[in-house]
Ligand binder design. Sequence first.
Ligand code: CLR
Length: 264
Amino acid sequence: QDLMALHSYNPLDDLYNHYPHSLRNIDELCASIVRSHRETSQYRLEELQALKWKLFSREEIQAYQSKTVDEMWQHCAVRLTDAVQYVVEFAKHIPGFRMLSQNDQIALLKTGSMEVVLVRMCRFFNTENNTVFFDGKFAGTEVFKSLACGDLIAAVFDFAHGMCALKLTEQQLALFSALVLINADRPSLEDRVRVQRVHRSVEVGLTHILHRDNHDSLLHKLYQRMAVLRSLCSLHMEKLRWFSQRYPLTAHSLFPPLYKELFA
Ligand code: CLR
């Protein structure tokens, strides 16, 4: 419904008309976000490209499939938490993020870090065979069978596929990740106005980069991906509640503390 409004609103117009002097600041903001993304992205694209066809063997896949539900959940929770930790590092180096209160930083990470991990997943995804880089090799959905949440896995792979189709550059991906993270609609924020202000400046930065890259039409598509992200993350939370109910001991004592802190 609001998509038309979104489409016609260009934050750059505001900027060019009223604050031509702040373009330099926007460039600086973009540069820090891109640097932070680069320094926390774990693997460079060339490295991932070189590993692209390193697939799990039939035996290795069988070993994953014969893990118990709670063993596999624990294993994936550890991997996810590792990825989340890099997102926390990424956030800390976004200029406006550090200026927020600790409460608000945590509130943003609680709901946003998983979304950013899923955005980043497209760098680790091979669309030619629908596999994701996991535990050192590329894994298809069948590797995650013993988690017993096929619907979530299918939706996550679908999302990665859709993100890949947008063919974002590393800079666009960095700015989009920051935009996803700094969202004034998250629950339990103390200073929404301040978060909104940082959000706006990142939005201006992303718009600026897309404009420069001659790709203005991407903004609309990126907003659509944000809606899908929200539904994926609530599905993740739903699965986690289901799991914790069935395996309270694993969830309580074997999940990484950061995973529990952010999602439980
Ligand atoms: C995402 C991008 C990060 C590196 C990374 C690490 C762990 C990966 C994750 C990526 C993508 C999603 C992933 C995850 C481990 C398990 C998880 C493959 C590539 C799958 C979808 C299982 C989720 C299970 C939960 C329900 C516990 O920079």
